[in-house]
Design a protein around this ligand. Structure first.
Ligand code: NDP
Length: 485
């Protein structure tokens, strides 16, 4: 069965699909072929206003429900997403180009996990009681109000749910703007939430380019902004939110190290390096793109990696045997190709890929550079494509210093059978998410977010509640009020 890719309308506001043809054209391209699969419009300022007004109107009644009631709706939405997983995965594949083999297990399913997890937590929201003799204090955990979510294009469903689930669980309402490159799935999330019982206005979607996002962030009705995107966009959004004293969560880019010691399981380390660089065609913020391999095993690592890369199956992303898809857009492919040329020009040794396979769509081969040095452009800048850089190192101290020598601090991994060394090493890594003997596992139970330029705040885990709610302190006096005169 194939499903329609053209949505009923471009936006979802106040519980229904809404169209406004006067907004700028927003064509949606299937990256595997370059074919246009839907035609949408960006939101006009009037539509953005309508979405924010709907969210503002809906918020008090939504927050007034009990956590159990809100949670039940979120958990029902999770069930619907799982029931519709195949349809949602096919849509995600067409929107992003990611192989169905991936989207079936990593997109709507992880969105459903977030809805289920925060649906469960909603009923546990509570303040505390502090006794002060006869007087006492209690705290109330309250919603922030109207919130804004802005998404990147690599995990459109997951990003919408990672933001909406905790926001809604805490009694906030949301206006979400997907990336203009992948606008389709967030509409499905909105549709499903309404089907699950979310009142109109609780979760709204407006499409648009950067200026639509900027308009949302600037609006006085908004109490919090959560962005998943690049560092340059993060700087702008954070600055604009700061002037309105709005709370923020910033999930930004990375240039994460994956450090492999010579006592590690070589096979597992190679598997992790493949996942950390080529899953989703390398378009993952937490990817371990700087692979440091200890001198004694470096050549063996590269040999085994070359062998394993023979298993890459590029092809029709809707064929479940395909395990490597195209880049999301022509523009993103150009950016990645620019980095590859720079790697060659600066003297890195290209040991795999680097080229464009024949045919339509935005394909690029999985690419590996060896003999990369720390000053090269490909070693310093986030590429956001399937390009692995392999570095040598000799001692633990050296690896640590070089791993941390970056403006980013999103993620890091270490492979070693020496567990004391593993814990010692991650203890000194400057990264929000660290993995020992694996890479890139991000279950909803685990807090996720960056240090340094990679971001502010955390998504997922119980701690996310802190970022989507605020505390009110209430002092209760039991006696008379004393005054000096
Ligand atoms: P961008 O930063 O270009 O865009 C992110 C979102 O912000 C898009 O929806 C974009 O709209 C919007 N936007 C752009 N300008 C503004 C503005 N001035 N005000 C408000 N919103 C704006 O990132 P990409 O979409 O290219 O995604 C790739 C980046 O995202 C990488 O750096 C990657 O590391 C990061 N990322 C981080 C993750 C994390 O959790 N830490 C996860 C996934 C990706 P439009 O697309 O219409 O321009």
């Amino acid at each position: 069965m194939t499903y329609a890719t053209q949505p009923e309308a471009s936006h979802f506001i106040d519980g229904q699909y809404v169209e406004d043809d006067s907004g700028a054209a927003l064509p949606v391209i299937y990256p595997a072929t370059g074919e246009t699969i839907a035609n949408l419009h960006a939101a006009t300022p009037a539509l953005v206003d309508r979405a924010l007004a709907a969210a503002k109107r809906a918020q008090p009644a939504w927050a007034a429900l009990t956590g159990t009631e809100r949670g039940r709706i979120l958990r029902r939405a999770a069930d619907i997403m799982r029931e519709r997983n195949r349809e949602l995965s096919e849509l995600e594949t067409k929107d992003t180009g990611k192989p169905l083999q991936e989207t079936l297990v990593a997109d709507a399913t992880s969105g459903a996990d977030a809805l289920e997890y925060f649906g469960g937590l909603a009923a546990t929201l509570a303040g505390e009681h502090i006794q002060l003799g006869e007087d006492f204090i209690y705290t109330r955990r309250e919603a922030l109000g109207v919130t804004v979510g802005i998404g990147a294009w690599n995990y459109p469903t997951q990003i919408a749910c990672w933001k909406a689930a905790p926001a809604l669980a805490c009694g906030n309402t949301m206006v979400f703007k997907p990336s203009e490159t992948t606008p389709l799935s967030a509409l499905k999330v909105a549709e499903i939430l309404v089907e699950a019982g979310a009142p109109p206005g609780v979760f709204n979607v407006v499409q648009g380019y950067g200026e639509v996002g900027a308009g949302l962030v600037d609006d006085d009705r908004v109490a919090k902004v959560s962005l998943t995107g690049s560092v340059p966009t993060g700087r702008k959004v954070y600055a604009s939110a700061a002037s309105g004293m709005k709370a923020v969560t910033m999930e930004l880019g990375g240039k994460s190290p994956l450090v492999i010691f010579d006592d590690a399981s070589l096979e597992d380390a190679v598997s992790a390096a493949i996942n950390a660089n080529f899953y989703s065609t390398g378009q993952i913020c937490s990817n371990g793109t700087r692979v440091f391999v200890q001198d004694g095993i470096r050549e063996a690592f590269l040999d085994r990696l070359a062998e394993r890369l023979k298993g890459v199956a590029m092809g029709d992303p809707l064929d479940e045997a395909t395990n490597f898809g195209p880049m999301v857009s022509a523009r993103q492919r150009e950016i990645v190709e620019g980095f590859i040329s720079q790697g060659v020009a600066e003297g890195a040794r290209l040991v795999a890929g680097g080229g464009r396979p024949e045919g339509e769509g935005y394909w690029i081969e999985p690419t590996v550079f060896a003999d990369v040095t720390d000053g090269m452009t490909i070693a310093r800048e986030e590429i956001f494509g399937p390009v692995m850089s392999v570095f040598g190192f000799s001692t633990e101290e050296e690896a640590l210093e070089r791993a941390n020598a970056t403006i980013y601090g999103l993620s890091a991994g270490v492979f070693t059978r020496d567990l004391a060394r593993a814990h010692r090493f991650v203890g000194r890594l400057q990264a929000g998410s660290c993995w020992i003997n694996t890479y890139n596992l991000t279950p909803v139970e685990a807090p996720f977010g960056g240090m340094k330029m990679s971001g502010v705040g955390r998504e997922n885990g119980q701690v996310a509640i802190e970022h989507w709610s605020q505390l009110k302190t209430v002092y209760v006096a039991m006696g008379e009020v004393e005054a000096p005169y």
